[in-house]
Design a protein around this ligand. Structure first.
Ligand SMILES: Cc1cc2nc3c(=O)[nH]c(=O)nc-3n(C[C@H](O)[C@H](O)[C@H](O)COP(=O)(O)O)c2cc1C
Length: 305
C-alpha cells in the first residue's frame, strides 16, 4: 500500500477479489493492481471513530433524558420472537449476554450456530435493533426531504458495512396489514405531565417506531437492521485472479465468523450521532446552558398544545 511505486512488491499483491466485498469494483474504479489498497480502506475498522463520536453524542443526549440502547435479535437462522418486555429489561438482558442478545435463552443456540459456521469455513449475519427513548416530538422535518429523520436513520445504518436492510417500527410488516392495524391512535392525558412527560399526547401502540412524517412523535424510536454474512470465507467462494483472469478461489484475509454483536455497537453509535444532530438542529447553541434553555422553551411551548 506504499505511495512510492519503488516500495511496492507485486509478489505479495492481493489479486483474487472476494465476492461480497468492495475488492473487485474498488480495484476497477481506482485502477489498483493490488486489491489490498481497496480492502484496507473498505474495512469496517473505519467505524471505530464513529463509535467514539457516538459515545460523546450519547453523553450529550443523556443531559436531556434521551437514551440510546439496543440488542441483537437474530444470528444466522436463530431469531428471538418479537420481544415484548420493557426496553429497560431488554437492554439489561443484552448487557448480560456475550452476544448482546435480548433473551439469554438464545445465547447458546446462537453460539452453536456460530461455532458450526466457523467449523465449516462459513459465516453468519443477523439482525440488530436500536431504540431511542426520551426524544421530544418534532426532531427531523416533514418539509425538507433530506432532513426527514427516518430517512437519515436509514442512511446512517445502511452506511455500516454489511447492513443490507433497515426497518423503522413495524417496517416491512406494514405492507400486509390494513391501516386500522398499522397506525398508532392518538390519546391525551394531562396527568402524564406530572410524571415528567414533555407532552400529554401519547399512543398505546408504536408501530410507527416513534417517527411520523419524518419527525419524532414522542414515542420511542425503534429501528432494525439486517446484516449479511461476512464476505471473507475460510472456505473461499469462486473468484477470478485479476492478473491472469484465471478462475481461482477468493483470497482469505483474517476475518471473523460473525460480527453481528459488533455491528450493534456501531448501530447504536450512528443512531446516537444522527439523533444528536437532529436535536442540535432544533435546539442548538454554543453551550449546554444555551441548548437547555432552547429545549426547555420548546417544552414550555408544546406543554399545553
Ligand atoms: C463490525 C463489522 C465487522 C466486520 N468484519 C468483517 C470481517 O472480519 N471480514 C469481512 O470480510 N467483512 C467484515 N465486515 C463486512 C465488510 O466490511 C463489508 O461486507 C464489506 O466492506 C462490503 O461492504 P457491503 O457489505 O456493505 O457491501 C464487517 C462489518 C462490520 C459492520
Amino acid at each position: 500500500m506504499s505511495p512510492l511505486p519503488e516500495d511496492r512488491d507485486p509478489s505479495i499483491a492481493v489479486t483474487r477479489p472476494r465476492p461480497g466485498h468492495a475488492d473487485l469494483t474498488g480495484a476497477l474504479k481506482y485502477d489498483h493492481a493490488d486489491v489490498r489498497n481497496v480492502l484496507e480502506r473498505s474495512s469496517a475498522r473505519e467505524t471505530a471513530v464513529r463509535v467514539a463520536v457516538g459515545a460523546v453524542a450519547r453523553q450529550v443526549l443523556a443531559e436531556f433524558g434521551i437514551r440510546v440502547g439496543g440488542y441483537v435479535s437474530g444470528i444466522g437462522g436463530v431469531s428471538v420472537p418479537i420481544p415484548l418486555q420493557p426496553l429497560d429489561d431488554l437492554w439489561l438482558a443484552a448487557a448480560g449476554s456475550e452476544l448482546f442478545c435480548c433473551d439469554l435463552s438464545f445465547d447458546e443456540p446462537m453460539k452453536k450456530a456460530i461455532d458450526a459456521a466457523k467449523l465449516s469455513g462459513d459465516t453468519l449475519g443477523g439482525v440488530i435493533e436500536v431504540q431511542v427513548t426520551g426524544c421530544p416530538p418534532g426532531l427531523g422535518s416533514y418539509t425538507h426531504w433530506d432532513r426527514k429523520l427516518d430517512a437519515r436513520l436509514a442512511m446512517a445504518l445502511m452506511s455500516i458495512q454489511a447492513i443490507k436492510g433497515v426497518e423503522v417500527g413495524m417496517g416491512f410488516g406494514v405492507a400486509g396489514l390494513p391501516g386500522s392495524r398499522v397506525h398508532d391512535e392518538i390519546f391525551h392525558d394531562a396527568a402524564r405531565m406530572k410524571d415528567g412527560a414533555v407532552t400529554a399526547y401519547f399512543r398505546q401502540t408504536n408501530n410507527a417506531g416513534g417517527i411520523e412524517g419524518g419527525m419524532t412523535n414522542g414515542e420511542p424510536i425503534t429501528v432494525r437492521a439486517a446484516m449479511k454474512p461476512i464476505p471473507t470465507l475460510y472456505r473461499p467462494l469462486r473468484s477470478v485472479d485479476m492478473s491472469t483472469h484465471e478462475p481461482f478461489e477468493a483470497a482469505v484475509e483474517r476475518s471473523d465468523t460473525c460480527a453481528v454483536p459488533a455491528a450493534l455497537v456501531v448501530g447504536e453509535a450512528v443512531v446516537a450521532i444522527e439523533i444528536l444532530t437532529a436535536f442540535l438542529e432544533k435546539f442548538g447553541g454554543d453551550s449546554l446552558i444555551e441548548i437547555r434553555r432552547n429545549f426547555l422553551g420548546y417544552c414550555q411551548q408544546i406543554r399545553h398544545a
